[in-house]
Every structure is written in C-alpha cells, then in structure tokens.
Design a protein around this ligand. Structure first.
Ligand code: AKG
Length: 276
C-alpha cells in the first residue's frame, strides 16, 4: 500500500495523501469508537471552540487505553506499518491518539502550528495519520505547507490553552530564537499549501514538524469527525520541555520509569511494527 514514491514524497514534502488506506471494517469500528468518546470524554477532552450559534470543535487525546476501538485500531490496523514504511524506520511505537470533532457548519479553523514542539518527545522520524470518518471537502480538510518540516527557522507556536482558557492547557513558547509564524492565513498563495477532498478510508500522513492547520469552514450540512494517530520512528527520544507540553505526558512517563533521552516504550508506547 505504501509505494517507494510515497516514502520519497513523505521524506521530501513531509506529507502524503493515501487514498483508500483503510477498509470499511476499520471505518465502522472507529465510527463507533468516536461516538463513545464524544459521549464519554476523557479528563483531557475539551471544547476548543464554540461559536455564537453553538457550533463546536471538540478535542480529546490519549484515550486509546479506555476506548477499545481506538486500541484495536492502534495495535492491529495497517497504521503502524504505513508509518514505518513512510518514515523508513526499523521499528515503530504508537505515541497517542487525538480526535477533532466539528459539528455541522462549524467554521473554526485550527491555528497554524507544528506538532513536535508540543510533544514530550523529540525527533525527525514521526508520522501522524489524519483520518476523517466522514467525507470532507478539500476546503474543509487539514492544510499543510509542503516541505515546511525542513525549514530551519524555529517558530513561536500557538498556545492552544488560549483557546480554552484552561490553566492546565497553557504552554509558553518564549524560547530565544523563535519568531512568530508569518500571516499564512491571509497569504495562502505565497505558500505551497496542500489539502485533499477525502472520503472515509483515506488518510493524510505527515511529519510532526510540518506546518499545518485549517480544517473547519464546513458547510451547513457537513460535520467533521477525525481520528489522528501519532507514530514514532527510529530517532525519537523523550524530551520534557520547560515551556510546557500539550498533551503533557511527562507525569505518566515518569510514573512508568521513562526519562528524558530514553526511547519511548513500555505498555504506554507499544512497539507495534518492526521491519523484517
Ligand atoms: O483537524 C484539525 O483541525 C487539526 C489537526 C491537527 O492539527 C493535528 O492533528 O495536529
């Protein structure tokens, strides 16, 4: 399913579109899981945005150990192999799941950001698999700036805590050497931005350093339910960031005996795929 060209494109562009990567049984399993998740959010679940008409964007993460459907998908679906082949890694550990659920007509767009600066790990070899469980038009799908995972500039990231106002979510990106993101939203044509019309079963796989955002802009009759799973390849090591992390795994990592510099492992970050 992953061709040599996909692996080359993933390395070069930081993103590939894989149509029809997952078959109907996985879609059905995940649809059931996401409904269960919406009905029973974890303590990390939160509404990122609610507009004046009551339309919401809900986010939750790291729920796979509680929701059987997510666990099954993480451990048994082709995801880990897809990620491993795209990253060119010898082994792949599961990192965590995240869901993004927008109600019909929600306009809220995720601010432009990179994922790795929020994580409790660091490394180039990461792969996130963004998988909508309903059809999504290109204008409402995740947008990514091709090749930006290799840009040398360190950007000051968006504090997603500002969306919720919740003290637990606050991340302070004030490190020297960072600059604010340029105004990508109002200068779309200046960037090599990609997104795709997608059907359930399709996915977009991207490197944790690529600049991405968007989604939303939904028409009145469209909702958007997405599961994103994040995967770790060969060079990834644990890193606790003084500016904070979101989601912050440092406490649970410490509880499991994992410390900065370690390769993520244990039952928290299971190794799901090995190259043979
Ligand atoms: O789907 C979205 O709105 C945001 C997804 C995203 O930023 C991510 O998965 O890192």
């Amino acid at each position: 399913m992953v061709k040599d060209k996909d692996t080359a494109d993933f390395r070069h562009d930081g993103v590939v579109f894989l149509p029809g990567a997952f078959d109907q049984p996985w879609i059905d399993i995940l649809r059931q899981g996401i409904e269960e998740n919406i009905a029973n959010p974890s303590e990390r679940g939160r509404i990122w945005n609610k507009d004046t008409q009551g339309r919401t964007c809900f986010y939750d993460s790291q729920v796979w150990r509680e929701i059987e459907a997510y666990k099954n998908f993480a451990l048994n679906s082709p995801c880990a192999e897809i990620a491993g082949r795209l990253m060119g890694s010898s082994k792949v550990n599961f990192f965590f799941d995240a869901v993004f659920v927008r109600t019909p007509g929600a306009q809220f767009r995720t601010p432009w950001h990179q994922d790795e600066p929020y994580w409790s790990v660091e490394g180039f070899d990461t792969c996130s698999i963004w998988m909508p469980l309903v059809p999504v038009e290109k204008t409402s799908a995740l947008e990514l700036i091709r090749g930006s995972h290799r840009w040398p500039q360190k950007f000051r990231q968006t504090n997603f805590g500002a969306l919720t106002g919740d003290e637990r979510d606050q991340v302070k990106f004030s490190d020297d050497g960072t600059v604010p993101f340029p105004d990508i939203e109002n200068h779309h044509d200046d960037y090599d931005i990609v997104s795709w019309d997608m059907e359930p079963g399709d996915c977009v796989a991207f490197n944790g350093r690529i600049i991405h955002g968007g989604s939303g802009n939904l028409s009145e009759d469209r909702d958007l339910k997405v599961l994103n799973t994040q995967w770790l390849g060969d060079d990834v090591r644990i890193n606790f960031r003084k500016e904070g992390m979101d989601p912050d795994h440092s406490a649970i990592m410490t509880e499991y005996g994992l410390k900065p510099g370690d390769r993520p492992g244990s039952e928290l970050y299971p190794q799901v795929w090995v190259r043979r």
